[in-house]
Ligand binder design. Sequence first.
Ligand code: APR
Length: 166
Amino acid sequence: MAVIEVVLGDITKERVDAIVTAANESLLGGGGVDGAIHRAAGPRLADAGSAIAPCDPGDAKATPAFDLAAVTFVIHTVGPVWDGGAYGEADLLASCYCRCLEVADSLDVRSIAFPAIATGLYGYPVGPAARIARTTLAATPTKVDLIRLVAFDEETYDALSGRARR
Ligand code: APR
């Protein structure tokens, strides 16, 4: 059973076997955390992404991490675009976390860092998204020993930690 930690910071600074990026279907890179990871990994990441694209919402695919020297793999997952919650967004978001762990297991990854998938540009409300992240990761069998949830701001940190905010 994996240990799940919540930290505040920049995911590109993590020293883990794999980091997850909140990508779009093209896997060519974008803004937000995806942009930060592509900048840190260098242009070969987009080349490798385009070679295995597209990636459907809820799915995940891996590439090397290239210039991210402290990381071996980047796992690209595509979250749901929030459209009010009645269009399968929760199932797709849970599938992202689940598929990332399946891909990680297939690569013998022992430590992995996740951003708060879909809570930025894709607009998924942070509280519900954080609950899905925690419950899905805790319920999914995996060989991974350490799961680090990396929040980029205090609100996301509190939500991922399970703390209520006023
Ligand atoms: N480290 C950790 N988390 C980060 C970082 C970073 N360096 N930069 C941004 N984040 C956080 C955001 O604050 C947010 O909490 O990642 C979370 C997800 O936000 P987005 O990156 O906007 O991802 P998402 O909502 O899934 O939207 C995906 O954005 O950039 C595009 O290509 C991407 O089209 C796709 C879409």
